[in-house]
Design a protein. Structure first.
Length: 300
């Protein structure tokens, strides 16, 4: 497990529980760590039924995910995909076939210059996975990959540097750039970096894809306290767009959720009244106020 405070969140209509089952099967195990529900006593902005499942917190291959049931407002696209680095070609084949079942192939399973065994699939929920063999890998590793295309093309290196600067303990592993033969010279062909322990990747693509970053795949940042919420809310949102409930878009169009790490415990608590008060308080906020959320949970 990465142990990173950065947790990818996948926006689904109402398939969070089904997706958790599929991903646990595809990765040969894993765990459902928590399940949160919408308030049973009041309507919610998503239009989902009162009392229905809000989120499923899942861990597979040591990677935490949040699967969010939030209605059809946003659709997952390949602007953010997930690399799955595996020790062997045999494991690549198994993961590929499990994930492509009910979905579609984006790049066929084959040998490529960058890997002896690689394939890119879109699963039945629309989520994209790049599955590849990495010689010397000891276990499966998952890394979110950001594709900078359209009006964000050419900004991958700028984004990598901005993100690494925002999160202490982060680093750039490698950034390979185009020489002009396959893409505009100097743009990022493939970049790998680590944000607070979370492996990440980024690339520029000059092709017309017809998609862009949106809220359907966001990056949650679990903050230790209000100071960290304040710092990252300001740092990530500068030049971007602030939204409700701790959501923001950075200046590159990538969506983040800046949340106190205690929020998950409040929203999954057996104290039904406490978690419903917390949810109602959260709906009234932009940047999240840790003390106010605690008071709401406590009934103050």
């Amino acid at each position: 497990m990465t142990g990173s405070p950065i947790v990818p969140c996948i926006w689904l209509d109402d398939q969070a529980e089904a997706a958790a089952d599929v991903y646990r099967a595809a990765f040969g195990g894993g765990s459902v760590d928590a399940v949160a529900h919408y308030p049973a006593s009041a309507p919610n902005p998503s239009g989902r039924p009162p009392g229905s499942v809000l989120t499923v917190d899942l861990t597979v291959a040591g990677q935490r995910f949040t699967l969010l049931n939030a209605g059809p407002a946003f659709t997952v696209n390949p602007s953010i995909s997930f690399f799955v680095f595996l020790p062997s070609a045999t494991e690549v084949d198994g993961h590929y076939h499990a994930l492509v079942d009910g979905g579609m192939a984006l790049m066929a399973l084959d040998a490529y210059p960058w890997s002896e065994r690689y394939g890119w699939v879109q699963d039945r929920f629309g989520v994209s996975w790049q599955v590849m063999a990495v010689p010397g890998a000891e276990r499966a590793t998952v890394a979110p990959c950001l594709m900078f295309t359209g009006n964000q093309h050419g900004r991958a290196r700028e984004a990598i540097d901005a993100y690494v600067a925002a999160f202490p303990g982060s680093s750039v592993d490698v950034v390979d750039t185009h020489d002009g033969s396959e893409g505009p010279a100097g743009t990022v062909k493939h970049g790998r970096f680590v944000l607070a322990g979370q492996p990440m990747a980024a690339m520029d693509s000059a092709h017309e894809h017809g998609f862009a970053f949106n809220e359907a795949v966001s990056l949650q940042v679990m903050c230790a306290d209000q100071d960290e919420v304040d710092r990252l809310w300001s740092r990530l949102g500068k030049g971007g767009e602030y939204g409700p409930c701790g959501w923001l878009k950075d200046r590159f169009g990538v969506s983040w959720q800046v949340v106190p790490e205690a929020l998950a415990a409040w929203l999954t608590s057996p104290d039904v009244a406490g978690r419903e008060r917390t949810f109602a308080a959260m709906l009234e906020m932009g940047k999240l106020d840790v003390e106010a959320l605690q008071r709401a949970y406590d009934g103050g």
